[in-house]
Design a binder for this molecule. Structure first.
Ligand SMILES: *Cc1c(COP(=O)(O)O)cnc(C)c1O
Length: 387
């Protein structure tokens, strides 16, 4: 079944029920009740290996349907939900953390993950080496005690793309699991588990929810790594609200058509920006000028709404700020993946590659508005700073 069909038909509850609603039932619960002691015992046993009702914090049927749908599209064995995307990424790091271990983390990783490395991992004496955003230097950074490789592709802000099959082959030859932040593709444009990765992390906050009103993170594992991952999140009391799961399930039904429209609008905006002298560099992996264009075209179904530009020489951060302040259809805000357009002045948080001499950078999320309206808005704002 194609992912587009799965997005419509999976995660919808008991499909064989004689009478049912289109959407799965929203079940809110903290306490779950059992008919008698034997049943209670039975479900305590079952929950060790299966997704069954046993305690509200361990998820209700609404949570399970979302997990099933994400597993279906990612080709995973099991999924675990988290209150945020950051919590999901932090949990992946925590899960492999043991004193004396070494992790390799991509320079392109979602910025706040660095705080987890510097604050928590340092404290428990886990050594973290950052590798290039395109991961081409991983071979020389692997150590005897390397226990995890955590990457992101395309990278936050600059969209560096990695050769995942090659990276996984290298990592697996040394017995190291590979985890990847797949928020950009959100399980639709790219399926890392099918390319060899062991763990895929998606900030559902972005495109899965798609409407900027639910924070959530999801970890999807293959069977091998699920065994390592299984018990810790529940042991630490992580839970997600069934209402939020219901909203993300609703959002996911339109994931494919939303992403296709984001890409179409983004393509149109990129074509327009190519004509503007105020713009020096367009960071968009579909462009042949992008350094990882070939791998992107080989492994990805398409782009999303993300786009970053570097202003031309002579333009300052103040010009970039004026640009974002004078846009009318683009709001200023972090996060992305909703239906709306966003623009922020930003600096790529990289330490392996030094970008400090470059910029100013403006990151856009191209929303679902009419592309001509967005282009007209960008035109008036660029005209306003033009030198
Ligand atoms: C937003 C984002 C996250 C974190 O998601 P939150 O739900 O906001 O914590 C993780 N990875 C990437 C690539 C993101 O863009």
């Amino acid at each position: 079944m194609d992912i587009r069909t799965k997005l419509i038909h999976c995660g919808r509850g008991d499909q064989n029920a004689e009478v049912r609603s289109v959407n799965p039932v929203l079940m809110r619960a903290s306490t779950i009740l059992f008919k008698n002691h034997a049943t209670w015992q039975k479900y305590r046993e079952l929950r060790k290996t299966e997704r069954v009702l046993s305690y509200g914090a361990r998820g209700t049927t609404t949570n399970f349907e979302l997990e099933k749908l994400v597993c279906e599209i990612e080709g995973g064995h099991r999924a675990q939900l988290f209150p945020t995307g950051l919590a999901a990424l932090a949990m992946v790091l925590l899960n492999y953390a043991e004193t004396g271990a070494h992790f390799i983390v991509s320079d392109a990783i979602y910025g706040p993950v660095r705080t987890v490395c510097n604050l928590f991992l340092k404290k428990v004496k886990v050594d973290v080496t950052f590798c290039r955003a395109d991961c081409t230097d991983v071979a020389e950074k692997i150590q005897e005690n390397t226990k995890l490789i955590l990457v992101e592709s395309p990278g936050s802000i600059l969209y560096e793309v990695i050769d995942l099959p090659k990276l996984c082959e290298l990592a697996h030859s040394k017995g190291i699991p590979v985890a990847i932040d797949n928020t950009y593709s959100s399980g639709y444009l790219y399926n890392p588990l099918k390319l060899g990765a062991d763990i895929s992390v998606i900030a559902a906050t972005k495109y899965l929810c798609g409407h900027s009103d639910v924070p959530m993170g999801i970890v999807v594992c293959n069977e091998k790594e699920w065994k390592n991952f299984d018990s810790l999140p529940e042991a630490l009391g992580f839970t997600t609200s069934p209402d939020d799961c219901y909203m993300v399930l609703r959002g996911m039904r339109t994931l494919a058509i939303r992403l296709a429209q984001h890409e179409k609008n983004n393509d149109a905006v990129v074509e327009f920006l190519k004509t503007r002298k105020e713009v020096k560099t367009i960071f968009y992996p579909k462009l042949e000028s992008h350094p990882n264009h070939d791998i992107f075209m080989r492994d990805y179904k398409g782009t999303n709404g993300m786009l970053t530009i570097e202003l031309a020489d002579g333009y300052t951060k103040e010009d970039a700020i004026k640009l974002t302040d004078t846009l009318k259809l683009f709001s200023i805000g972090a996060s992305w993946g909703g239906y709306e357009s966003l623009a922020t002045v930003t600096v790529p948080p990289r330490t392996v590659t030094d970008w400090s001499a470059r910029g100013p950078f403006v990151r856009f999320h191209i929303g679902l508005e009419n592309a001509d309206d967005l282009i007209a808005d960008l035109k008036q704002a660029l005209d306003g700073i033009s030198k």
